[in-house]
Design a protein around this ligand. Structure first.
Ligand code: FAD
Length: 460
């Protein structure tokens, strides 16, 4: 074949890219094409879209090093693709399979009339490869992960360092928008590889214990890179397995397990697309949620009066990223303390996160709410004070994000309302004036929530 299109969607990398590899194998020329389609680019997620544009610029740079470039067009794929096929004389379109209902509907429609060839690359294993003996999907993580680990791991395709990519001249491209800077997360596959190497060299050893500490940078912060495929999951999994084998590293094994959670939630979304609309557990679809817009707004703004919740929510607002422990604590607070529908939280996270991914985000919310597959039991309710004391023992994380509490002594940092007036004055923080009093009493809120969950089960 003379020419093929490599349709870039959420695989913004040249290294270990099965779709690009497939295109290069069968055609002399490849047209790397990104379609800014209305469905996904108008998303109400400014930070993530900025990160995406920065990633597209980085990808264009990588392609130019290899003699090619990225073509960007706006419009609907079913209109843009035929136009570019005609202009370039390409005979096929290669892309990485994506598992969200939106993506699958889009690809079905495109594949109906155009020669679309999909490759597996979003996950290290395709969701249909990790199923029970009878072909049914797993809905519990541990057996899923065992089956996942038992599958042969295909080796990564390697870096296309010296490969020239020939791209026809003269094709029109819209300018690649310069997204606003996303502090802490420079986009691109080079940065993703650097992070992975650095994590392997420095942090993976302590990951098993360090990953839960809010006051340490103990995790890889690679999630935004996985979100847009700036790093191949297969490559990361292969490197981590190798490290686990070589150094008998518990940290590497734990990290691989987290990456398998990502594979698990992608598989859940693939097999059960309905989770984006309702709880996986049918017994917990009838919960009488509170309609409490002021409480929801306080949660979004990091003004609940519970320091570790507020610090986490402000970290999210400021950076577009939140520590996993913070996500669990903040999500649990919305659902179990405020009795607000987990879907409100899911939507807010999708708006705010640069790694916002429909599968992982939905999975995380359903897990925390206790309504999903293999979820935390609904009656297990995080205590935000104890969580704070355990995972931010000195209060450094809280002080970093909630400056009003900067001078509050360690003893009170997770429950500032216990300070007497004199102590509040000494700390320069009057509770109820400089920092909110707790929005709810945790014990009373817990009872209210358990009652609402029980009632839904009874109705079912
Ligand atoms: P590391 O600890 O270094 O883990 C390595 C990689 O494993 C991550 O980059 C990620 O790809 C994957 N991973 C780790 N934990 C999980 C998990 N629990 N579920 C799925 N994958 C995981 N992750 C997202 O990528 N996008 C989301 O939109 C998202 N929303 C979440 C919402 C809630 C309510 C919760 C509780 C979790 C959510 N997560 C989400 C999972 C997790 O919090 C992040 O993946 C993690 O914090 C990213 O930081 P890291 O890259 O430093 O992770």
């Amino acid at each position: 074949m003379k020419t093929a299109i490599w349709w870039v969607r959420r695989d913004l990398r040249v290294e270990d890219n099965p779709a690009l590899k497939a295109a290069l194998e069968v055609s002399a020329e490849v047209v790397p094409l990104f379609i800014a389609d209305e469905g996904s680019m108008r998303l109400d997620a400014p930070k993530r879209i900025a990160f995406l544009w920065n990633g597209l610029r980085a990808l264009d740079g990588e392609l130019r090093k290899r003699g090619s470039r990225l073509i960007v067009r706006s419009g609907r794929p079913e209109e843009v693709l035929p136009a570019v096929l005609a202009e370039s004389g390409a005979q096929a379109v290669f892309a990485e399979e994506d598992y969200s209902p939106y993506a699958r509907a889009r690809d079905l429609k495109v594949g109906d009339t155009l020669p679309l060839r999909l490759s597996v690359g979003l996950t290290a294993q395709h969701p249909v490869a990790v199923v029970k003996n009878d072909g049914a999907p797993y809905t519990v993580f541990t057996p899923f992960s065992k089956a996942w680990k038992a599958l042969p791991q295909s080796s990564p395709a390697g870096l296309l360092a010296n490969t020239r990519i020939h791209t026809p001249q003269g094709l029109f491209s819209e300018p690649i928008a310069a997204g606003a800077e996303v502090p802490g997360f420079p986009a691109g596959e080079e940065e993703a590889r650097r992070r992975l190497e650095q994590f392997l060299a420095q942090k993976v050893r302590d990951y098993h214990d360090g990953r839960n500490q809010l006051d340490e940078e103990g995790t890889s912060r690679l999630s935004p890179y996985f979100r847009f495929g700036m790093l191949s999951a297969r490559l990361a999994a292969a490197k981590m397995s190798e490290s686990a084998r070589k150094a008998a590293s518990k940290g590497a094994e734990t990290w691989l397990n987290e990456l398998i959670w990502r594979e698990f939630y992608q598989a859940i979304l693939y097999h059960f697309p309905g989770v984006l609309k309702q709880a996986f557990n049918p017994a917990l679809r009838e919960i009488a949620w509170r309609d409490a817009p002021a409480d929801l707004a306080a949660w979004k703004a990091g003004l609940t009066g519970y320091p570790v919740v507020d610090a986490s929510m402000r970290q999210l607002a400021a950076t577009g990223w939140m520590h996993n422990r913070g996500r669990m604590i903040a999500a649990s607070f919305l659902v179990k303390d405020l009795l607000i529908n987990w879907q409100e939280g899911e939507t807010w996270f999708m708006h705010s996160l640069i790694d916002g991914d429909p599968a992982s985000n939905n999975g995380g919310w359903q897990w925390t709410a206790g309504v999903g597959t293999d979820a935390a039991p609904y009656f297990r309710v995080f205590n935000p004070v104890l969580q704070g004391k355990k995972f931010d023992p000195r209060g450094d994380f809280v002080r970093a994000w909630v400056p009003e509490l900067g001078r509050v002594p360690e003893k009170y940092i997770h429950e500032p309302w216990l300070m007497n007036l004199q102590e509040q004055s000494a700390a320069g923080c009057r509770v109820g004036r400089d920092y909110p009093a707790p929005l709810v009493d945790h014990s009373a809120a817990r009872e209210r929530t358990l009652e609402a969950f029980r009632a839904s089960r009874l109705r079912w």
